[in-house]
Ligand binder design. Structure first.
Ligand code: AKG
Length: 295
């Protein structure tokens, strides 16, 4: 089992952003200007396959050309702001994440799958809506500080640390009512979810995934039948996010890409609410204060 590094490798130019991100697992930063927002909205209309419904990330699309063009353009447009705020990074993938109106557009409580070697690196999403978010159109909720509860291996085949406490965690989570063009940079391992879009319009977000420039990419798979107490790790390359074919389906199968690095021990930790939070963090006033800072 791995340990988290004592300090994250620096990626934010502003030390306050770096510190806030490390402490809480996320940070809000203005990202696109009005012209960039208009361009990316129009690009989505021009490019997206017509049959999309519900919750639809472009990384799920079977249309490789759409995925590639989206990736190229989102990286290109984001470059100005990335250059302003970040240093020593490698940008891995740009994508759209769209919620069409309807109950099936909900995204349940989760942590994103392991994509980097978290003993040394952090995978970060720049999640930026192209519309103002509100209670109706699929705002993102995060559980502050949850990126550091336990070191975890994550993926569809692996049991989650929060499986038994979904309902208790939800009231602790904070909605990020971002304006169009304002981004949340969040650690992939933070616990997060978004309710369905019950407004009349689709909600378009761009997501730009990056890590430190020296990053080692890793994915994790649980070979439950043969090794119930182990995880198999896979080395992946830069193209994994744009080329992986198993996001939309076969996501529970052993990865068909990457090089197996063999088996490692894993103790499948679970959140126990009683022991989870330090004393002051258990108090309701702590959460009220956090909500007022971040909302
Ligand atoms: O776009 C959303 O509403 C949620 C996105 C999300 O949870 C993710 O990409 O992991």
């Amino acid at each position: 089992m791995f340990q988290f590094p004592e300090h994250m490798k620096r990626v934010f130019k502003d030390p306050y952003n770096q510190q806030g991100f490390e402490e809480n697992g996320f940070i809000k930063i203005p990202f696109y200007n009005a012209e960039e927002i208009d361009y990316l909205n129009q690009l989505y209309e021009d490019l997206h396959p017509k049959e999309e419904t519900g919750f639809f990330p472009s990384t799920f699309s079977k249309d490789k050309e759409y995925r590639q063009k989206t990736d190229e353009e989102i990286r290109r447009v984001g470059h100005r702001s990335i250059n302003e705020h970040l240093q020593d990074i490698t940008v891995v993938c740009g994508s759209y994440i769209v919620k069409y109106p309807g109950p099936e557009s909900a995204m349940g409580v989760h942590q994103d799958m392991t994509l980097v070697d978290e003993s040394e690196f952090t995978g970060i999403n720049i999640w930026c809506p192209l519309v103002n978010l509100n209670d109706e159109n699929g705002v993102l909720y995060v559980l502050p500080k949850s990126h550091r509860i336990f070191p975890t291996y994550r993926g569809s085949s692996i049991p989650n640390i929060y499986d038994e406490v979904f309902e208790e965690l939800k009231p602790k989570m904070i909605p990020l009512f971002l304006k169009a063009g304002e981004a949340v940079f969040f650690d992939q391992s933070i616990i997060h979810y978004s309710p369905p879009n019950v407004s009349e319009n689709k909600r378009i977000v761009t997501n730009t995934y990056f890590s430190h420039k020296d990053v080692r990419f890793r994915t994790a798979y649980y070979p439950k039948e043969n090794h119930p107490d182990k995880i198999e790790l896979f080395e992946q390359d830069m193209s994994f996010m744009t080329n992986f074919e198993q996001f939309g389906d076969n996501i529970f199968d052993r990865p068909k890409v990457g090089k197996s690095l063999g088996l490692v021990d894993y103790n499948f930790p679970k959140i126990d609410l009683e022991n989870l939070f330090r004393k002051e963090v258990k108090q309701e006033s702590f959460w009220q204060k956090l909500k007022s800072i971040f909302s």
